[in-house]
Design a protein around this ligand. Structure first.
Ligand SMILES: [Zn+2]
Length: 333
């Protein structure tokens, strides 16, 4: 039995038909984890949907009303890039409930993974990029409302910038300043510092970190507390050095009560919507690094899955399953 809980429901399935986003990936990750003996049925907890009040902690009443009544404009539906349906709304409310449960579980067990969620492109007043509701932001605001946490840090490793997250937690920021990048790393880095850029500024109760491919969606990237703009085809070693650097820098500036790790599978070299060059092994090392940092510093960590569009969907399932394997190895004792 795992020393932590996996949050999952068959109803996480996104009913979007033939789509680059594999709506059935969550079920297949669960199957893989059980088939390979990584997890057993009793390791999974079934979430309840978030309440409308929970959703309204992040999203504008007018937007929530449109979703509940199916009255998005054609333009708003197009921007979301997934076909609207009542079932889809239910799926996103459930994903938000799953993230709330994962966040709560992580306070008990040090770590918890929702086999879903990570819809980091949703804004308070609109959805975009396959994201209707920002489940992670809803979870943070709900736990803050319940006085279970005061502060949180998002660590977004999806290949796409966490624009919704940055917009939701913008708070009152100072102007972006270039951070020192070479001197703060705790990883021995044998080569010269990789090309890429780290910028940051922060004020507020939620510190946001995003590592993403610079030349990719979204075109407009509102500032996170730390943004690492990675060049095309960044490889495992350079990616891990930048990640280590960003985590060290973030945790020197800010002490979170909870880390929300958005473990996108799309920095993978064969991803259809990504342009980085990480391998399956490199992505597992990425997960291990984030988990080790959380464990060493005794900060609870909750995980969501976000994107993953590998040419071969089996690779996406492997990358997401490995996140659970990595957590099992790091939190074994
Ligand atoms: Zn993505």
């Amino acid at each position: 039995m795992l020393p932590f809980k996996l949050i999952y429901s068959d109803a996480y399935y996104l009913p979007i038909g033939e789509h680059v986003f594999p709506g059935e990936k969550y079920r297949r990750v669960r199957e893989r984890l059980i088939q390979t003996g990584v997890a057993a049925a009793e390791d999974f907890l079934e979430p309840q949907p978030a309440s409308d009040q929970d959703i309204l902690l992040v999203h504008k009443p007018e937007y929530v009303q449109k979703l509940k009544t199916g009255t998005l404009s054609p333009r708003e539906e197009m921007e979301m890039e997934i076909p609207f349906s009542k079932e889809l709304v239910d799926g996103f409310w459930l994903a938000a409930g799953g993230s709330i449960l994962a966040a709560r579980q992580s306070l008990k067990d040090r770590v918890s993974i929702s086999i879903g969620g990570g819809f980091h492109h949703a804004y308070p007043d609109h959805g975009e990029g396959f994201c209707m509701i920002h489940d992670v932001a809803v979870a943070i605001r709900r736990l803050q409302r319940d006085d279970q946490i005061r502060t949180a840090m998002t660590v977004d490793c999806d290949v796409h910038h966490g624009n919704g997250t940055a917009a939701i937690f913008a708070g009152t920021r100072t102007a972006s300043a270039l951070l020192p990048s070479a001197s703060v790393s705790t990883v021995e880095h044998p080569k010269a510092a990789p090309p890429g850029k780290m910028r940051g500024a922060h004020a507020g109760d939620v510190f946001t970190i995003s590592l993403h491919q610079h030349n990719n969606y979204p075109l407009w990237k509102p500032p996170s507390s730390i943004d690492v703009d990675l060049p095309d085809r960044t490889n495992d070693d350079d990616y891990l050095a930048w990640l280590d650097n960003a985590l060290s820098s973030g945790l020197r500036q800010f002490e979170p009560d909870l880390i929300c790790y958005i473990a996108g599978a799309d920095p993978y070299k064969d991803d259809q919507l990504g342009g980085l060059s990480l391998t399956i092994e490199g992505l597992k090392k990425r997960d291990e690094l984030v988990f080790r940092v959380a464990r060493t510093r005794n900060i609870p960590i909750m995980v969501t899955y976000a994107g993953g569009y590998a040419q071969n969907v089996e690779d996406t399932i492997t990358i997401h399953s490995n996140t659970v394997v990595a957590a099992k190895e790091v939190f074994a004792s």
